[in-house]
Write a protein that binds this ligand. Structure first.
Ligand code: NDP
Length: 308
């Protein structure tokens, strides 16, 4: 039986692993479907303390993993598909069918990109519709593309795409960005970027051709419909917490994020860290901070079990 299983390898999971390994908890870390987490789809992290020139997201996660391994953390590929958190010992079933028993668990499964949900968009995911500009942006050289959303992710994606695309149109449903002013200003000042305010996508064209050739868009104030010629559309409208195996066992808030009190969930011995329990800050550094806290809480819990 494992003393501590950490699920997820973003900044929360890996920081928890560094702390837990240094505390001799011999943690087993389940890598998840996106090893390294969301930062591996971000080009440059400019706001992680200690890197005045910025650092590549994938590199930051590779370094943190190395640090966790240095102190003895063990890593296992795959995803958790089922969990019994009320069982004693707790059990986790992985994609390959293996079942792991654990005394304590840190859930650091993060959040995933959301899509608009319209039929034509769903049909063209991977065929011109993308949820990750840093993954797919370089395929769109010298062609027009669109970014949907008005938050920091949309701004970051739009700026990143200017390196490749001939033109980037940002489509936002309101007349004001949600993004931080510095990012919004950079986007609006960029000569390759145009913003379509108060606009929503009605349809991604062309499902018949099985590739993106344009967008049918609607101005929400005038209801005017127009067509925008693009060969790629990058959806940057926020994220959904990855909680599927734990639904019905752990308390969640109205938007589905896990509820944690100082990383402690409603089940003893189960802790939550990072974006899966944070709908407010969602930063790499806050995720790392809660990963540290969860590890300390797990250590205290395991210590208290020994004494009982
Ligand atoms: P946000 O929730 O901040 O923004 C989502 C955007 O998508 C909003 O503008 C929202 O519109 C729009 N939107 C949501 N649903 C729809 C829909 N169905 N149709 C059309 N538009 C929609 O998410 P982000 O991913 O941008 O950012 C998440 C967090 O991560 C934030 O705290 C952000 O600051 C942070 N972040 C920081 C970065 C950095 O510092 N380098 C980089 C990226 C993210 P509306 O405004 O009308 O609600």
């Amino acid at each position: 039986m494992e003393k501590l299983v950490i699920i997820g390898t973003g900044p929360a999971g890996l920081t928890a692993a560094v702390y837990a390994a240094r505390a001799n908890l011999d943690p087993l870390v389940i890598e998840g479907f996106q090893p390294g987490g969301q930062l591996t789809t971000t080009a440059e992290i400019e706001n992680y303390p200690g890197f005045p020139e910025g650092i590549d997201g994938t590199e930051l996660m590779a370094l943190t993993r190395k640090q966790a391994e240095r102190f003895g953390s063990r890593f296992k590929g795959g995803e958790v598909t089922e969990a019994c958190l009320t069982c004693r010992p707790m059990t986790l079933t992985l994609t390959d069918g293996e079942t792991i028993e654990a005394q304590s668990i840190i859930i650091a499964t993060g959040a995933s990109a959301q899509y608009l949900g319209i039929e034509s968009e769903q049909k063209l995911i991977g065929r011109g519709v993308s949820g990750c500009a840093t993954c797919d942006g370089s395929f769109y050289r010298d062609v027009p593309v669109a970014v949907v959303g008005g938050g920091d992710t949309a701004m970051e994606d739009a700026l990143f795409l200017t390196h490749f695309a001939s033109k980037v149109t940002v489509i936002h449903r309101r007349d004001q960005f949600r993004a931080s002013p510095i990012m919004a200003d950079r986007v609006q000042a960029h000569p390759k970027v145009e913003v379509l305010w108060d606009t929503v996508i009605e349809e991604v064209l062309d499902v018949e051709k099985n590739e993106v050739t344009g967008l049918k868009v609607r101005n929400v104030k005038t209801n005017e419909i127009s067509q925008l010629d693009v060969t790629g559309v990058f959806v940057a409208i926020g994220h959904k917490p990855n909680t599927a195996p734990f639904i019905g066992q752990l308390n969640t808030g109205p938007t589905g994020y896990l509820i944690a009190n100082s990383t402690r969930t409603n089940i003893e011995g189960v802790f939550a860290a990072g974006d899966v329990q944070d709908s407010v800050y969602r930063q790499a550094i806050t995720a790392a901070g809660t990963g540290c806290a969860a590890s300390i809480e797990a250590e205290r819990y395991l210590e208290s079990m020994k004494q009982d």
